[in-house]
Design a protein around this ligand. Sequence first.
Ligand SMILES: [Zn+2]
Length: 413
Amino acid sequence: MKRGCFFALTVFFSGITVASPDRDTAAVWKLQVRINATSGQASLPIASPGIFNAVAIKLPSGALQSGNWTCAAGKRHTTLTRDEHAPNTSSDLSNLWVLSQPDSLLSLEYRGQPLTAEITAIFLWVPPLSETQHMSAEKRADCSAPGLISQSVWRSGLPAPVPGRSATPTHHCIIHHSGENNGDTNYTQIVRSYYTYHTTVNGWDDIGYNYLVAANGTVYAGRDPEKAGIRQDNVLGAHFCGKNNFTMGVCVIGNFSSAQPDSLAIQSLEKLLAWKIHQDTLNPYGQFKHPDNAGSWLDVIAGHRQGCATECPGDKLFARIPAIRDAIAPCALVTAVYTGSNNQQPQLKWTQGHLKLLNSDTPLQAELTDPAGRLLWKGRVAASPQLVPLAGPVIYRLSVTPSLVLSGWLIPE
Ligand SMILES: [Zn+2]
């Protein structure tokens, strides 16, 4: 069959978002096109009102099945398929095709039964992320720990810290600035100097912070955990006016009272905190009561000034904290806020066959399973002990809120 111009093409603008010259703004354009393929085939070039990087086609109900529809743009082509997630309407909507390269012209091909129809080409411009945004998003997505410069590297040749470390669970990640050294790049020398200052002038056993972050994004391990069983992130530090229990201290090198922190430093701070909240099941938007802070509430991600009489971490870094919470939130396992009594997470105790709930003001729902996941017992647990006649260690799931379920091994005592 001879192939040629068997169709008439009419284009209408419909429901258009006016083409924006701003490539940072998303835009949608809809074009109505009449296709008249009486021979059973047609090729339509459709010019978009603006550069587009995604496209979908809306057709009368059944038109998508009456033949084979292919699209070419951005040096690629695809066969259109029906969007099964589209809301039920009288027409068919194709799946959205996202181009690998933007284009301004769509070539639509139809081969199938003779067809006359009005279709709508829906063009989208979705501004891509910059390379930097893209990379930092990838870094965050894995929630892994940042690389550290260890004490053995930066402390080389200096006296060892005074021994006697202890650990503390983290309820609060306290953000500090060092208050000095903007623009200096001898970061290792700066960390060595803080260590020396803290141990000799302040009279502390070791450097005060758990971590230090340099302007170029390098993260230094701070206070030395010194023994197995204590981790870098839960070694008890000296940075929060004597209220160091339940805290982890991170110092960003520099003074941010009027200067903005370097973006590489913020990225590393976010990576460190994202890993920490993931590992410790902390809610970046949450608060706990701090027992040494007159029992008052303190944010999980907090600035030094929130618990002590200080300007630290400087107005500019302090103002970044809400955005830091947002940035690390994808790594959070917990979004609900919970605080029980004793400022501790709820805990199950299983003593002489009796199950008892600690650190919760209210009874909670619990499930006990064997390691294969078979349910052994299910019920409400409360502060008053109740008999649960099971043998051996089991796995518990404790529902604190719909989005906070604690689980682990439960070992009879
Ligand atoms: Zn501070």
